[in-house]
Structures are given as C-alpha cells and as structure tokens.
Design a protein around this ligand. Structure first.
Ligand code: FA5
Length: 337
C-alpha cells in the first residue's frame, strides 16, 4: 500500500514539474500524454488499484483522483500562460457576433425642428432664438393682450415669480425682433414653450417655430403662399392647406391653418374625425397695434406671422397617436425614426 501511495505522490510531483517546465505547446502536450493520457502514468496507477486489498482501495483511489485533478489544472494553467492564439481560441467562440456600442442620434423633435427651419431658410427666413423665461410685457402686453382680458385664458400660464413666466408661445420674439431690427424682417424662431396643459395631444412643455415677416406690401396671399410651400416641402408635394378664420390678439385678421388629413388625404377618417383636415398652426396678419410698441409705421409696412406646433407637426408627419411618446425616452420608440 505505502509503495503505491508513494508512487502516486512521486508521479504527481514529477507531472507538476513537467507542466511548469514545458516551454511550448508541444512540450505541454507531451506532459499531458505522459501523465494524463489513456496509457499515461496516472492511468497505469489507477489500474494497479485493482490488485490492492479491498480496505486499502478507497485511500489509494482518492490519492490518484487528487493527482489527476492537480495535473489537469496545472496543464490548463500552463496552456493559458503560453499566450498562443489557438489556446485562446479554445476558450473564446470567435464566431459569435461582436457587441456593437449603441450609437446615439438626434431626438425626433430636434430633427423635426431643424427640418422646419431648413425649409423656411430656403424660403428666405433667418433663424433667431429668444429666452424661455419671459416678462408679462413680451409674452402678453406688447402682443396686445390687455391686462385681465379673457384672451389671456387661452394660454394656461406657468408663472415663476417676480413678474416672470415661462413663455406660453414663441410670439414674444415678434416684439423682441422688431425692437432690434428695422424692416424688412424675415425670421423664424424655434424654441421650447410651456403651458398648464396635459393630454394625448398636449404636453406641459412643447415646441413651436414662430414665423414673422414684415416688409412693404405683404398680404394674406404671401402668408398662404409661404405656408403652402412649407407644407409641400415638409409633408408631400400634393399636400393641401386651408385657412380657417380664428382669433389671436396680435394678428388681424387671424387664421388657423389646417392640412389635408395625412391618413385619408381629405376623404374623412378616424384621425381627422371625419372632417378631412388636421389643425397645424395659428397665423394671421400682424395687428398694426403691435407696430406702436416697436416704432414701425403701419402706413409703410405690413406683415404676417405664424406659430407652428413642432410636436404637432411631428405627430402628423409620423402618424403618432400620443404626444407622450416624444418625451418618455423609450429607445424602442425613438429608434424607429
Ligand atoms: C399660439 O401659440 C400663437 N402664438 C400662434 C400664432 C403665432 C398665431 C403668430 C398668430 C401669429 P396656439 O395656442 O394655437 O397659438 O398654439 C399654436 C400651436 O402650438 C397649436 O396649433 C399646436 O400645434 C401647438 N400647441 C399648443 N399647445 C400645445 C401643447 N400643450 N402641447 C403641444 N402642442 C401645443
């Protein structure tokens, strides 16, 4: 018995030594065959167990198993240490597809906003931007909303104290622009706007692009021409628009502009509630009362203005049923576009 145990221990020591000494894969393979192979030394020792008296077999069997485990581990460790391609390939499945880092992209709203500004840029408008925190003067008063007049209720305002508020529309930039510039003025103003509003087509924070043109002899026909050209470029060349009489304190006359339903083309469907039209923006001829605030002469110039809901435009163009999809940051939704 002690002879066999001694032989097992000696074999294990020599095997460990051979694994440590193997300088290349061939030497390591020789070590594996000599000690662990089907005709190797440990296998031979296992066979010898059969000749032992029954009560001595368990201890000798455990010693052989321990030696096999140690030598197998030493062999694997030495293989790794050899730093050779084929060995690494044993551990890695190089046929698996790689993991690509996710690529970021601009949000649908930013891209829609850029697209709108690009189209108006081609029509001769320049892009300007203005503050999101506004005074009552620019957001309401200079736009001809009299104090305590019910027309202020059209826009549920979020106040931030000290006579300041979050602008409810981009129209304050009409006044700010005219204060700083002499006619002709052709500007568009993209930006964030805020109202106490929240349902499937209204969000408390949303986006508008304001348009303002003040020049000699501008009429409602110019407004309609510009918006028709915009709708053709943004939606599709055949898109029809219609002007519907409306009211805004800062335009006279005022019109709400609808586009022919993007789903049914005007025949009437669920999306347009059977009317064939979808509301896109508010617009009108600049009320001459505004010129008094900025020192323009109403006998010299006339102008038109419009305020386009960017979220609305994106919903119409991409057929979105709920404005919240635009603000939830769900990549499964956003990556579709
Ligand atoms: C205005 O805001 C006017 N300033 C537009 C204007 C400009 C008229 C210049 C005349 C001259 P209105 O409240 O209708 O108008 O809003 C314009 C567009 O903004 C709407 O047609 C709609 O598309 C969008 N909008 C308004 N409220 C929200 C909201 N809570 N969420 C998303 N979009 C909104």
């Amino acid at each position: 018995m002690s002879e066999l145990l001694t032989a097992i221990e000696k074999t294990a020591r020599e095997g460990l030594e051979a694994a440590a000494q193997a300088g290349d894969a061939a030497a390591l393979e020789r070590m594996r065959v000599e000690y662990l192979g089907a005709k190797g030394r440990l296998t031979e020792l296992s066979r010898a167990l059969g000749a032992l008296p029954k009560d001595q077999r368990p201890a000798a069997g455990q010693a052989v198993n321990r030696a096999k485990t140690e030598l197998t581990a030493a062999h694997a460790k030495a293989l790794l240490a050899l730093d050779r391609g084929p060995d690494v390939a044993d551990l890695l499945d190089v046929t698996l597809p790689g993991r690509r880092p996710a690529r970021g992209r601009r949000h649908l709203i930013s891209r829609t906003m850029s697209e709108i500004c690009r189209i108006f840029g081609q029509l001769g408008f320049t892009v300007v931007e203005g503050p999101e925190v506004e005074t009552d003067y620019y957001n309401f008063e200079a736009l001809n909303f009299p104090a305590d007049h019910p027309s202020r209720d059209m826009q549920e305002t979020l106040f931030v104290g000290d006579g300041l508020l979050l602008r409810t529309h981009t129209s304050p930039m009409q006044i700010r622009t005219m204060e700083k510039t002499r006619p002709p003025v052709w500007v568009v103003v993209p930006g964030k706007t805020y109202r106490r509003d929240d349902d499937v087509t209204h969000s408390p924070m949303f986006h508008q692009v304001e348009g303002l043109a003040v020049d000699k002899g501008l009429t409602m026909a110019d407004l309609k021409g510009v918006l028709t050209a915009f709708a053709a470029a943004f939606f599709s060349p055949e898109t029809k628009i219609r002007l519907r009489p409306s009211f805004f304190p800062f335009t006279e006359p005022s019109a709400e502009v609808d586009i022919a339903c993007v789903l049914c083309g005007g025949r009437g469907c669920r999306l347009c509630k059977g009317s064939g039209w979808l509301e896109l923006l508010g617009s009108g001829m600049v009320d001459p009362a505004l010129y008094g605030f900025v020192g323009y002469d109403p006998d010299e110039v006339s102008g038109f203005a419009f305020g386009l809901g960017v979220d609305r435009a994106a919903m119409l163009k991409y057929g979105l049923s709920n404005i919240r999809h635009l603000y939830e940051g769900d990549l499964r939704f956003l990556t579709q576009f």
